[in-house]
Design a protein around this ligand. Structure first.
Ligand code: F6R
Length: 242
């Protein structure tokens, strides 16, 4: 089991390669299930999927999606929520049925019940592929360093570095939620295939730890070394320490 690594010159080429792999997954399965991610990294991929859908190359009418995570306290119509991000960047531009898209409900009254509900959904929807970004601290989903590898969907307190990386959308650190709901590491690992994308110099050291470091809870992404079918796509900047 070794991670397959593709290095592309820039972000645009990385996004095109990622779209190729996601579209292959969609075409190869009669009822594809995609695990999706938010953040800056997958936006180029989503743009490419939308472009290919507009050109009639791909359809999402039979696709189901399950997202990795959501901030606690934000409802789906909050413009800073991941649910809103997904609509804006992908769902509202393609032919996916809204009822086939699953994201944790950050505004649920009882977040632990919401986690159980989401775990149940994950158990019943076998993901053909799970898309991931990587945090500058090596997190995947919102599984921060130190998270047990056997974790399943739970409420997490976000690391300061993660809140800092994401404060842009919130107009200041004090507005970034402190908690989130995230798939656990064991949930992520149960997808048939993993596709992790990393772009930019600030990811280079986390990428090195993930690919070349020892498998350790100190770098959650290092667990991917144990996945039977994991692919990583990097741009030059993100690959500069390997
Ligand atoms: C997003 C997620 C996070 C991001 C990671 C990288 O759903 O779970 O793990 O993938 O924080 O974020 P960006 O892409 O903004 O650098």
């Amino acid at each position: 089991m070794s991670i397959k690594v593709f290095i592309r010159n820039d972000y645009q080429e990385l996004s095109i390669k990622a779209a190729e792999i996601v579209e292959e997954t969609v075409s190869d399965n009669p009822f594809p299930v995609l695990g999706l991610a938010t953040g800056k990294t997958p936006t180029g991929l989503y743009r490419q999927l939308v472009a290919d859908y507009s050109r009639g190359i791909i359809s999402f009418s039979n696709v189901k999606t399950v997202n990795l995570d959501e901030y606690a306290g934000l409802s789906a119509d909050d413009t800073r929520s991941f649910a809103f991000f997904m609509k804006k960047n992908l769902f509202s531009h393609i032919d996916i049925l809204p009822q086939n898209t699953y994201i944790p409900n950050g505004a649920a009254d009882d977040l632990s019940i919401e986690c159980r509900r989401y775990s149940y959904i994950l158990k019943n929807l076998k993901r053909d592929i799970q898309l991931l970004g990587i945090g500058s601290n090596g997190h995947i989903g919102f599984n921060e360093p130190g998270t047990p590898f056997d974790s399943t969907t739970y409420v997490v307190r976000l690391a300061e570095s993660t809140r800092k990386d994401n404060f842009g959308a919130f107009g200041g650190m004090e507005n970034v939620p402190e908690m989130a709901i995230t798939m656990g590491i064991s949930d992520i690992m149960s997808a048939k295939k993993i596709l992790l994308l990393a772009s930019g110099k600030n990811k280079a050291s986390a990428v090195r730890e993930m690919l070349l470091g020892k498998v350790s809870e100190d770098c959650p992404a290092s667990i991917l070394q144990r996945h039977p079918d994991a692919t990583v796509i990097l741009d030059r900047d993100a690959s500069r320490l390997i």
